[in-house]
Design a protein around this ligand. Structure first.
Ligand code: SF4
Length: 332
């Protein structure tokens, strides 16, 4: 992280320290210290600065299904952009090298117009902020997202949803779609992973009310969030927002500090079947198997998916099921 540090937003001075107001951790940071995320630093005389502003850890063109977003612009490609840092410390993190800033991974400099430039060059109409936790890239994310939005390019957020109300409401109008991780449904499990359940629920509620396209991912990790009772409370809560809220139940594989065996396919299936008692669209992820969407009215296939490739959608020009004319759940 050699680029000059950029002034951060959402903080205040508290005596000799600064208090970061970006996420619910509310870190009080002494001079020359860093917050829990590892990428916001108190520079004496300057206040809070962003250490990852304009630093890119990865950029790639992916199928939108890989984010995962199954009901938003299906079959399209999206530019994915990420930096370093995260507000949580899940022991099973699949991206821990960039989330924890512990590697010597090389970072590429960028400016807020870079995502638009690359999207234009690749002929893409959407950009996702993903890989690490994009909300700890807040200043770069919001500046880039504004430029993209002004030029008619859709912005997608793939996030753990851990953010305070003020910055959340600043980023929301810039978004077209989001996938939020709901990692568990007890505060105890969230504390174990370094987060808090209630603020994540609030982010989901606010994004849902805000009218952006929203999908939820739940990574099923044996030993951490495999209580069926808690999971059903979660799916019932989701259904209270809308039974059409999409849920991806994803299979965990051993990674970082968590060595438990991978989630069995039978447990994944059991949880998916339980979720289908509350929700209309439940998908099993990371299985290598096929995943389709059926019309909620007549059962006709609307899309078939395999390895992030799709067949379909089998809908008419107004997005209705070809067989029975019921509106499909897709944003085309
Ligand atoms: S964004 Fe980082 S520094 Fe700010 S409160 Fe959250 S963890 Fe702490």
């Amino acid at each position: 992280m050699t680029a000059p540090h950029h002034p951060a937003s959402w903080w205040r001075q508290e005596e000799k320290d600064v208090r970061c107001l970006l996420c619910p951790h509310g870190c009080r940071i002494p001079p020359e210290g860093r917050g829990i995320c590892g990428v916001r630093r108190h520079e004496e005389g300057r206040g809070l600065v962003s250490m990852n502003y304009g630093l890119v850890s990865a950029a790639a063109v992916d199928p939108v299904e890989k984010k995962p977003l199954y009901h938003w612009k299906p079959g399209t490609s999206i530019l994915s952009f990420g930096s370093i840092g995260c507000t949580m410390h899940c022991p099973f993190c699949q991206n821990w090298q960039i989330a924890r800033c512990e590697s010597d991974r090389s970072l590429t400099p960028a400016h807020p117009g870079t995502p638009l430039q690359i999207a234009r060059k690749e002929g893409l109409s959407s950009v996702a902020f993903t890989y690490n936790e994009p909300l700890v890239w807040f200043e770069f994310l919001t500046e880039s997202a504004q430029i993209l939005r002004d030029e008619g390019v859709s912005v997608v957020l793939v996030s753990n949803g851990l953010i305070n109300p003020g910055p959340r409401d600043e980023v929301l109008p810039l978004l077209s779609a989001a996938n939020i991780d709901l990692k568990a449904f007890t505060d105890e499990a969230y504390r174990f992973m370094g987060g808090y359940l209630e603020p994540v629920k609030k982010t989901i509620e606010r994004f849902f009310e805000g009218g952006i396209h929203l999908e939820i991912t739940f990574l099923l990790v044996p030993g951490i969030n495999d209580s069926k009772e808690d999971f059903r409370r979660m799916t019932r809560w989701m259904a209270s927002l809308s039974p059409e809220l999409v849920l991806h139940i994803s299979r965990y594989f051993p990674s970082h500090q968590w060595k438990e065996p991978a989630t069995s396919l039978s447990l994944l299936r059991e949880f998916a079947e339980a979720a289908r008692e509350d929700l209309l669209y439940v998908y099993e992820g990371n299985t290598g198997g096929a995943n389709g969407t059926k019309c909620s009215s007549c059962g006709a296939s609307l899309i078939e998916r395999k390895d992030y490739r799709i067949t379909g959608p089998f809908v008419d020009s107004s997005g209705r099921c070809l067989r029975c004319g019921t509106p499909s759940p897709f944003v085309i």
